[in-house]
Write a protein that binds this ligand. Structure first.
Ligand code: HEC
Length: 216
């Protein structure tokens, strides 16, 4: 809030049923004189690029508090290094490192699974199919080769949630990157849902991608 240093002349005018507060900025050359409800015209809050004498550097626009992260981002602890930007490069080494280090930071709950399902249905089913068996609509009508079954990749290539996150972020071979379509938070939600599909298809398997338990 601004603290007005100039003198304020405040007067009260009583009418039959209302009290009107009148302010006049006597020393302000730009003051229009007597104003009715002055706050409606001139904000008491500082504008972002206005000088603010409450701070030593006089800057009105303040930097975010240390540790602030933007929406859809995750704290440094999630990435395992001191960097809130996704730190694994688009390479085989980056893929393996993501597989080793990344853990889903989002709680597995029925609500989060529903959210994951909604994202999956919107962005992934045309290729991967409702069940995750790689038989989506554009595969069934012969327009796109099958991506294969998620659970086969768990068994054959150790697909886990970190590798999934990496592949969804950068894309993999024929699958384009999805970083611009699904936020990091949405990627983790959809990964919970893919793990459910894997569990449904391979109930006996106890793979790294499929050993979560739902918190009720
Ligand atoms: C245009 C078709 C297409 C769409 C849409 C698509 N994918 Fe894929 N996806 C593929 C193909 C093809 C592969 C196989 C890539 C390979 O291993 O060669 C694949 C592979 C994957 C894998 C395994 C990656 C790995 O590391 O082996 C995951 C996980 C995956 N997709 C998740 C998703 C999710 C989540 C979405 C939606 C947000 C999605 N995909 C949308 C075609 C698609």
């Amino acid at each position: 809030m601004k603290i007005f240093k100039h003198k304020l002349l405040t007067g009260f005018a009583l009418t039959t049923s209302t009290i009107i507060l009148l302010n006049s900025c006597a020393t302000d050359p730009l003051s229009p004189g007597i104003e009715f409800m002055p706050d409606m015209y001139r904000s008491v809050a500082y504008k972002p690029y206005e000088e603010n004498p409450n701070f030593k550097d006089m800057l009105g626009a303040r930097p975010p508090v240390t540790g602030t992260i933007s929406q859809g981002e995750f704290p440094n602890s999630v990435w395992g290094i001191n960097n809130s930007i996704y730190p694994y490069p688009n390479s085989n080494e980056g893929y393996e490192a993501a597989g080793l280090n990344l853990k889903n930071p989002i709680e597995l709950t029925p609500e989060n699974l529903e959210k994951g399902k909604a994202i999956y249905t919107k962005f992934c089913t045309p290729c991967h199919g409702d069940a995750g068996d790689g038989n989506g609509s554009i595969v069934a009508n012969g327009k796109f080769p099958t991506p294969g079954k998620y659970w086969d990749k768990v068994a054959s290539a150790g697909l886990n949630e970190g590798k999934m996150f990496h592949s969804i972020t950068y894309g993999k071979n024929l699958m384009g990157q999805h970083a611009s379509q699904v936020t990091k938070e949405e990627r983790w939600l959809v990964i919970h849902y893919i793990n459910e599909l894997i569990k449904k298809a391979t109930p006996a398997a106890n793979t790294p991608a499929a050993n979560d338990t739902i918190k009720k």
